[in-house]
Ligand binder design. Structure first.
Ligand SMILES: Cc1cc2c(cc1C)N(C[C@H](O)[C@H](O)[C@H](O)COP(=O)(O)O)c1[nH]c(=O)[nH]c(=O)c1N2
Length: 210
C-alpha cells in the first residue's frame, strides 16, 4: 500500500494551482520519450467499463500541422466575427493557440465503436466514452506540468476537417488537439484572467446542497 504524506499533498495542490493552459512555447524540443511517457500516464486514467476509448495521434508531419494551423486561423476568424464592440476588440487580442511554436502536436480521439469494456456503463450514458477521454487529457495535463512541460488545448478547429487532415478511422470522434512543449513563462493565474476576458470563480458559485 502506497501512502501519501502532507508534503506530497501540499505539492499536489501546488501542481493543480500551477497547471496552466499554455499558448506560448519556447522553441526547444521535448526530450526523447517525453510524449510517449505522457501518453502512458494518460492511459492510467479512469474509463467507463475499462474501455480505454482514448486514441492518440502524434502529428509530426509538417504538411498536416500546417493544415491544422490554417484550419485554426479560419475557425478563429469565424469566432471573432461572432463578437462585436468591446468584446470583439478584446477577443482579437487573445492568443488562443500555441500551434505555431509548440514542438509537440497531439490529437486525441474517442473510439465509440470499440468492444473493449463490453459496453459496461455506456448503455444509458453513451457520452461516458468522451468523458473518459477528457479525464485522460486532464491527467496528461497535470503529468506534463509536473515535468515542467506545458500543454495547451485547442478546440477552435473544425472536427471534420481535423479528421480528414489526420486521415484517422471513420468512427473516431475528435476530442482535442493539444500543443505540447516547454512554456515561455509560468503563472498561477489563467491567461484569460490576466487578459481580463473572464475571471476564476470560487467553488461556492457552483455548488448546491440538497
Ligand atoms: C475543453 C477545453 C477546450 C479549450 C480549453 C480548455 C478546455 C478544457 N482551453 C483552455 C481554457 O481556456 C483554459 O483552461 C481556461 O482559460 C483556464 O485556464 P487554465 O487552464 O487554468 O490556465 C482553450 N484555450 C485556448 O486558448 N484555445 C482553445 O481553443 C481552448 N479550448
Amino acid at each position: 500500500m502506497v501512502e501519501f504524506d502532507d508534503t506530497f499533498r501540499r505539492q499536489l495542490r501546488e501542481l493543480f494551482v500551477w497547471r496552466r493552459d499554455v499558448r506560448r512555447f519556447r522553441s526547444d524540443p521535448l526530450p526523447d520519450g517525453a510524449m510517449d511517457r505522457l501518453i502512458e500516464t494518460a492511459c492510467l486514467s479512469p474509463s467507463v467499463g475499462l474501455s480505454q476509448p482514448w486514441r492518440f495521434v502524434i502529428v509530426d508531419d509538417a504538411v498536416r500541422r500546417r493544415a491544422v494551423i490554417d484550419d485554426f486561423r479560419a475557425c478563429n476568424a469565424d469566432a471573432l466575427s461572432c463578437y462585436s464592440g468591446e468584446r470583439a476588440a478584446r477577443y482579437a487580442t487573445l492568443k488562443l493557440s500555441g500551434l505555431e511554436q509548440a514542438s509537440g502536436h497531439l490529437a486525441v480521439f474517442a473510439d465509440k465503436t470499440s468492444d473493449i469494456g463490453h459496453g459496461l456503463g455506456r448503455a444509458t450514458m453513451p457520452e461516458t466514452t468522451e468523458y473518459s477521454v477528457v479525464s485522460a487529457i486532464t491527467a496528461m495535463w497535470l503529468a506534463a506540468r509536473a515535468e515542467g512541460i506545458g500543454l495547451g488545448w485547442v478546440s477552435i478547429l473544425n472536427p471534420d476537417r481535423v479528421h480528414a487532415i489526420l486521415d484517422v478511422p471513420d468512427p473516431w470522434k475528435f476530442i482535442a488537439y493539444l500543443c505540447i512543449g516547454y512554456p515561455e513563462t509560468e503563472c498561477d493565474r489563467p491567461e484569460l484572467e490576466q487578459a481580463k476576458w473572464e475571471h476564476r470563480r470560487g467553488a461556492n458559485e457552483f455548488t448546491l446542497r440538497r
